[in-house]
Design a binder for this molecule. Structure first.
Ligand code: TRP
Length: 425
């Protein structure tokens, strides 16, 4: 069992009282992690509830992914609208992204991509993936060339998640922005004031102007007309964005401007954060090596990090542990298993044994180590086979393998919106 000293996290005193979430900072007030129900209230999104899961199952004929069943993707905006479309035989597209700030991606970075890959398989829809190398240049102390290079390195990890090259376009902002995409960036920029982004993102008078305009760039991929090669110029192919909840501010802004541009609002699926090894007070961060398990870690490193750092919900000594049992609500190894151990029955067995005291922290950690060693080894094996040519292929602007009339617009929506949705400027 880890001692309290080993796993203690330093938390900024002022932030200790309340959860704090924006696109750059996440801190929770308790080891249980962020209070996600409260976040749904504050952000004004909707909970992914049983009824939605049932509908998901009915419409797709597939058991919802364990990320959905276990509340790892816990919140949404207008997922019912997407399912309505699918029920009517219409289509949509997926959009997600990554800010390439480090060479090695960590486990937490995989979550949205694993979810997106599953959604792409289940719905058979086109996918665009934005690499915000521009964002990282503006926010981090990195050179332009470094950010661009990191985007390509990260693309290999993203490709290794199993995306189909015929249905997926991955782009670097630095390389791709121009043409119809840039026109949409401009349309957003004309409709959002400095005051608004100050409110949404906390910018102030000393923020560099690149940061102030950046949110328009993250908004643009949510509009199908940004990708004429893929959507044949259609303006109203609906978009679904799977992302971590900290990205929601960008898409609140996007949803706010969309109708004023004559476009559909994107729908969203939000995930919880992937906790740092030291506990759910903060999320896993690539800039803190000891908080993270990287996709490049060796089996031995994985074992050592988990044994040494993973915050334990176990008791101080064996007697007490046998008597009171471990606390799954704060135990990081258990939390990680909920992300990566797919077998529901096995997970429930572990939960029961651990919380009843039958299973010790060391034994729980051994289970997790096994699961993660395999996951990461499998990932590394595939990534090794991804070549620079593969990267180029995914990143080449091109038609995807969908006839335009399969990427169908909702005619009803189109008619209803006529006139009202016509763009004014
Ligand atoms: N800003 C995101 C990050 O720093 C990257 C990103 C761009 C993104 N577009 C997105 C993430 C859409 C999720 C969905 O990682």
């Amino acid at each position: 069992m880890s001692t309290a000293e080993e796993t203690k996290v330093e938390v900024d005193k002022e932030k200790e009282q309340e959860d704090y979430v924006d696109p750059w900072t996440v801190t929770a007030s308790s080891q249980k992690g962020v209070d996600y129900d409260k976040l749904i209230d504050i952000f004004g999104s909707s909970k992914i509830d049983e009824a939605l899961l049932e509908r998901f199952k009915k419409v797709t004929g597939t058991e919802p992914h364990h990320f959905l069943r276990r509340g790892i993707f816990f919140s949404h905006r207008e997922m019912h609208r997407i399912l309505d479309l699918v029920e009517k035989g219409k289509s949509f597209y997926l959009y997600t992204g990554r800010g390439p700030s480090s060479d090695a991606m960590h486990l937490g970075h995989l979550i949205p991509f694993m979810m997106t890959k599953w959604l792409q398989d289940v719905f058979d829809v086109p996918l665009v993936i934005q690499l915000t190398d521009d964002e990282k240049y503006l926010w981090k102390d990195l050179e332009l060339g470094t950010c661009r290079k990191l985007a390509n390195e990260n693309t290999k990890d993203i490709i290794a998640c199993g995306f189909d090259v015929n249905k997926t376009f991955i782009f670097s902002d630095m390389e791709f922005i121009g043409g119809e995409f840039y026109k949409n960036v401009l349309r957003v920029q004309k409709r959002v004031t400095f005051n608004q982004v100050k409110g949404i993102f906390g910018f102030d008078d000393s923020s560099v102007i690149g940061k102030i305009m950046f949110p328009a760039i993250q908004a643009a991929p949510a509009f199908s007309s940004s990708f004429p090669l893929i959507f044949g110029g259609k303006k109203d192919v609906p978009c679904l964005i799977p992302c971590a909840i900290d990205q929601d501010p960008y898409f609140r802004m996007t949803r706010d401007v969309a109708p004023r541009m004559g476009f559909e609002k994107p729908a969203l699926l939000h995930s919880t954060f992937f906790p740092a090894l030291q506990g759910a007070i903060s999320k896993m961060s690539a800039s803190d090596e000891n908080s993270s398990i990287f996709l490049t870690d060796t089996p031995n490193m994985i074992k050592k990090k988990i044994n040494k750092y993973a915050f334990s919900g176990g008791r101080d000594n064996i007697e007490e542990h046998r008597e009171k049992g471990g606390d799954c609500e704060v135990d990081v190894s258990y939390k990680y298993l909920t992300f990566f151990l797919e077998d529901d029955e096995q997970l429930e067995n572990i939960r029961q044994q651990y919380s009843s005291g039958q299973m010790l922290t060391g034994e729980l950690k051994a289970e997790l180590i096994k699961v993660l060693q395999k996951l990461i080894q499998d990932h590394q094996n595939i990534r090794q086979t991804v070549t620079d040519d593969n990267v180029r292929e995914f990143m080449t602007p091109r038609k995807l393998n969908f006839p335009y009339d399969v990427v169908q617009i909702d005619d009803d929506l189109g008619k209803k919106g006529k006139g009202k949705k016509k763009e004014k400027k």
